[in-house]
Design a protein around this ligand. Structure first.
Ligand SMILES: C[S@@+](CC[C@H](N)C(=O)[O-])C[C@H]1O[C@@H](n2cnc3c(N)ncnc32)[C@H](O)[C@@H]1O
Length: 276
């Protein structure tokens, strides 16, 4: 990380510093500069606590995509969603890979001052539909060491718990609170997304969000599943919808209380939430 980058992130972490940075960026943009250089500048539009948490993350692990799978502007859209969607509860990410998106989600939870992130993955390059996840060979067959290193470097180890195993199978052993945001980015086949959605839906708090990545990926089954879900409108509604070309988010209906039968406390809370 360059010295200039460190200074920029430090400056933006303070309220007055962010004000100066915003005014400078607005002027430069009016002059036609910085149009293509989007991400660190667009983050200035976030509320102060969300911007500060993001700047801290970036100063530790840098803002570039690195070996994460999501382009920076999509990560910013996901971060914005995680930082701003109302309610209390935890965040679950299905498909963590090397932990870059996981760190963004945890930084958003930190900005809100509540919420833990559970990252579910085999970390071993699982099959996707009928295709093997070949990229994992670059990590010697497991992304676990890179994931752990990144989480520690980001200073977010106390906010992140990894659940190692198959995404759908891990749902039955979920140890967290009702979910405020479920981010689905694991097996992108139609059957894989459907399986993950139905396995985890009972843990999502009424009013909680379910966000699907790779909605725009033509060869994936994500779009077909989400479009069917939105058409049926049974357990969720299409709000906030397409938050980025490639990310579609739905909210679990307040009236949908098909919670796990073992979790009486959660069920009671859900009923209370509906009555409020
Ligand atoms: C697209 S990557 C996730 C990328 C990550 N969210 C990011 O943006 O950096 C998909 C991940 O899901 C995992 N995965 C796919 N199917 C899975 C399954 N059935 N159970 C557990 N993990 C799975 C793969 O191991 C891989 O790490």
């Amino acid at each position: 990380m360059s010295l200039a980058g460190q200074c920029y992130y430090r400056t933006c972490r303070t309220r007055p510093g962010r004000g100066v940075a915003r005014a400078t960026v607005a002027t430069l943009r009016r002059l036609g500069m910085f149009r293509a250089f989007k991400l660190p500048l667009d983050a200035l539009a976030l509320p102060h606590s969300a911007a500060r948490s993001l700047m801290t993350l970036w100063s530790r692990i840098h803002w570039m995509g690195g070996d994460g799978m999501m382009p920076p502007e999509q990560m910013l859209a996901l971060y914005r969603l995680a930082a701003s969607w109302p309610g209390d509860g935890d965040i679950v990410e299905l498909g963590a890979w090397t932990g870059l998106t996981t760190c963004y989600l945890a930084a958003a939870a930190k900005a809100r001052g509540s919420g833990h992130v559970y990252a579910v993955d085999t970390f071993a390059g699982t099959m996707e539909g009928s295709q093997n996840y070949a990229a994992v060979a670059r990590y010697g067959g497991s992304t676990w060491a890179t994931f752990r290193k990144r989480v520690r470097t980001a200073g977010l180890a106390d906010r992140i718990t990894a659940l190692v195993g198959d995404t759908a199978e891990q749902a039955s052993a979920y140890p967290g609170r009702p979910i405020r945001l479920l981010f689905i980015d694991a097996d992108h086949s139609y059957g894989g997304v459907r399986r993950d959605y139905h396995a985890w839906l009972p843990h999502v708090a009424p009013g909680g969000l379910i966000a699907f990545h790779d909605y725009a990926m033509p060869e994936a089954g994500v779009r077909r599943f989400v479009d069917e879900l939105v058409e049926r409108q049974e357990s969720c509604e299409a709000t906030p919808g397409r938050v980025h070309e490639n990310i579609f988010a739905v909210a679990r209906r307040l009236s949908d209380v098909s919670l796990p039968p073992h979790d009486a406390e959660t069920r009671e809370e859900a009923h209370e939430a509906i009555l409020c």
